[in-house]
Design a protein around this ligand. Structure first.
Ligand SMILES: C[S@@+](CC[C@H](N)C(=O)[O-])C[C@H]1O[C@@H](n2cnc3c(N)ncnc32)[C@H](O)[C@@H]1O
Length: 316
């Protein structure tokens, strides 16, 4: 029998929560074939964050391939792998990591089911290109007989009162009362300074993002595994829905953070942004900062600037 409340440091099927301090390949080597139902992660992006050495793209992809190979081996026949990535930036030129990782997954016989666009509002402000406001989650399965539970992740319908107006169902509601499929464009705030989940880690993903994957791609007691665990978000999402969670993290400061957050989750006191809460709209909320002071005061500096630009660049 397992003890629901303990955090183990080594993999064993009888455990419920495992945090391994060290390289993910070491932890993966202890995991039996075909035992993990969902592998979800946000790997290092090779952009020189404090937890990564910037490598030549080819070397980075080789490292990723070694981890992905081991993940494919330990993935259950009905299981899913979700790799959440952004861009690698090389001297101002961007390389979307999903495009260069895709062939690694397919060469292992994995099939892509979705390329989910995760849109968020906050991030670096670029001056030589449009600011990046999305990343992707590429979802692969091992077989065609994969677990996909849509009902637990349905979202409210846009027009729940809409009815069929002709045919045998005329007068009946035309939409599913449980809600609609959330689609493959997910608008979920990223974890920046004001986010309730923010820790000292520079790139956590939000719990609600992973909850949707856990609920749709696993069943109770299944294993959710994150090779690049960071602050433990994937394990937290697993615990919250009565799944087992395991992951590896190389840096001790993040192991500590993950441990603290998981303990809080177990105690029911971890504060997170709830799933499906609508994104904050400052205008709807009546925030006074949404009215430009120059418009309010009748000061027309900005329109003048625009006119000036038009005079100089009439074709635009
Ligand atoms: C993008 S972060 C993941 C953040 C995580 N999704 C969260 O919500 O906190 C990637 C993490 O992988 C860790 N890492 C890098 N190389 C690793 C390796 N070989 N094995 C395990 N962890 C590694 C880094 O220290 C970093 O915390």
């Amino acid at each position: 029998m397992f003890n629901k409340w303990t955090i183990a440091e080594k993999f064993s099927r009888s455990e419920r929560i495992i945090i391994y301090q060290g390289d993910c390949l070491e932890l993966l080597s202890a995991i039996p074939d075909e035992s993990l139902q969902l592998i979800v992660t946000s790997p290092p992006y090779n952009i020189g964050k404090e937890y990564e050495k910037r490598l030549k793209l080819g070397n980075y992809l080789e490292q990723q391939a070694a981890v992905i190979r081991e993940c494919a081996r330990s993935l259950s026949p009905r299981g899913s792998i979700c790799w959440q990535v952004g861009n690698y930036v090389d001297n101002g030129s961007i390389i979307p990591l999903d495009t260069v990782l895709y062939p690694i997954f397919t060469s292992l016989g994995l099939k892509m089911r979705n390329r989910i666009i995760w849109h968020f509002e906050h991030g670096l402000h670029c001056s030589r290109r449009f600011s990046g406001r999305y990343e992707t989650i590429i979802w692969f399965t091992k077989s065609d007989n994969y677990v996909f539970n849509l009902d637990p992740v349905r979202v409210p319908q846009k027009y729940p009162g809409k009815k069929y107006f002709k045919g045998p169902k005329a007068g009946k509601y035309s939409c599913n009362p449980l809600g609609k499929n959330p689609g493959d464009l997910w608008i979920i705030p990223n974890v920046k300074s004001n986010h309730v989940e923010k820790t000292d880690h520079p790139c956590q993903f939000p719990v609600e993002l992973i909850e949707r994957l856990v609920l749709s791609m696993t069943c109770e007691d299944d294993w959710v595994f994150d090779p690049f665990l960071g602050t433990g978000t994937s394990i937290i999402s697993a615990i919250r829905h009565n799944r087992r969670g395991a992951g590896a993290e190389i840096l001790p400061q993040y192991i500590r953070l993950a441990g603290q957050r998981i303990e809080k989750e177990l105690a029911g006191i971890l504060r997170t942004r709830p799933m499906n809460r609508p994104v904050y709209d400052p205008r709807k909320a009546g925030n006074s900062l949404t009215v430009a002071p120059w418009v309010k005061a009748g000061n027309s500096d900005q329109p003048l600037l625009i006119k000036e630009k038009k005079r100089k660049y009439p074709g635009q």
